[in-house]
Design a protein around this ligand. Sequence first.
Ligand code: NAD
Ligand code: MG
Length: 390
Amino acid sequence: MQTITILGSTGSIGVSTLDVIARHPDRYRVFALTAHSRVAELAQQCRQFRPQVAVVGSAAAAKELADLLREMGLPTQVEYGQHALCAVASAAGCDTVMAAIVGAAGLEPSLAAARAGKKLLLANKEALVMSGQMFMDAVNENGATLLPIDSEHNAIFQCLPQSFGRAPEDHGVAKIVLTASGGPFLRRDVATLEAVTPEEAVAHPNWVMGRKISVDSATMMNKGLEVIEAHWLFGAPAEKIEVLIHPQSVIHSMVSYVDGSLLAQLGNPDMRTPIAHALAYPERIASGVEPVDLVKIGQLHFLAPDFQRFPCLKLAYDALNEGGSTAAVLNAANEVAVQAFLDREIGFRKIDQLIHRVMDRLPGRAVSGLEDLLEQDREARRLARDCLIA
Ligand code: NAD
Ligand code: MG
C-alpha cells in the first residue's frame, strides 16, 4: 500500500491523480490533500478519499474547511500555510508526494519532499526550473526517487535506459526531442497576437489544463520551461535538447540515439497516463485512458518552431545558457506577466516583452542557497511589477 500526499489536489493534475488513485483502492491510500482557496472542492475530496490531513492557504480558508468537515463528520486534521505544506510533503506518514502546485509557490514543499527522501512525482516544473542544481542535489543526497509527470519528460524517461541521472552520452543518446503542440496560436497571423483575449489563449487545442500553463502553452514559454526541466532531469546540455512542433500531441516526446534509432512514446493527450506510469513505476496499472487509435488519427504532422512567433522559447534557451539564477528570473517575470495578462492589464505580446526587459535589467547571479534563491525570485517579481506600470 502506497500512502500519498497530493500538493494541489484541486487543480487539473491533482484531480487526474485522484481519478487514477480511485481506480486502485487496493494500492493507494491518501495521506494529505492540499488546495489554495477552493475549499468546497477540497471538502468533497476529503469526503471521498479520507485523508489524515488537509492543508489550505489561509486561516480563514482553514476555518471554512474545518466547519465543512465537521458537518460531514470527518476527522481530517486541517492546517494552513507554507509550513504546513512542507510538513505534509515530508511527513513520515506518506511515502509518495505528487507535487502539483502551480508556480513558485510549490518550490518549498517540493524541495521538502526531496529532502525527506520521498518518491516524488513532479508536475510542478517551475520548482525545478527555479532551483535546478539545488533540487537535483536534494534528490540525490537524500535518496529520493524523482519521477517526471510532465508528459514530455515522462515520455523521455520511458524512452531512456532506466538509469536515471547518468550523462546521456553514456547511453549513446544523441538528442532529446521535446514535442510541442504549438498551442492555439500556431497558425494565427503574428500581427494580430497582441489583441488575443485570455479566453482565446487558454483554449488549448488538445489539453485541458490550469490557466497559467495554458497561457504558457500559447506563448510556448511552457516548452521553454520544459527545455530547462529536461536539462536538469536528464543531464543534457541545451544544444542536445531540440523542440519539434507536432500539433496532434500524440507523440509525447522522443529520444534520438547515435545509431540512428529514434524512440518515441505515444498516447492520447490525457495526463492520467504519465500519472499512472509514475505512481506504479516500475509496474504498470490501468489509468482509464483509451488506447491510441492510429487508423483514426491517420497522419502525424511535424514542423520546426519559429522563434519570431514564439520569442519566449528563445528566452528560455538564453536563460539556460546563462545559468545561475537566470532561469529563476525568467520564471518569476513570466508568472507576473501571465497573471497580468489573465487580469487584462497587458496584451499578449507584452508577456515576452516584459520577461525580456526583466532579464536585461537583472542578470542572473550565482545562488548560495534557498533563502538567496527566494530573495532573487522576489526581486525579479518586484522589477516585473515596476515594468508593468512603467
Ligand atoms: P491548476 O491551476 O489547475 O492547479 C493548481 C493547484 O495548485 C490547485 O490545487 C491550487 O489550489 C494550488 N495552488 C495554486 N496556488 C497556490 C499557492 N499559492 N499555494 C498553494 N497551492 C496553490 O494547475 P495544473 O494545470 O494542475 O498545473 C499544476 C502544475 O503541473 C503546474 O506546475 C503545471 O505546469 C504542471 N503541469 C500541468 C499539466 C496539466 O495538464 N495540467 C501538464 C504538465 C505539467
Ligand atoms: Mg508538458
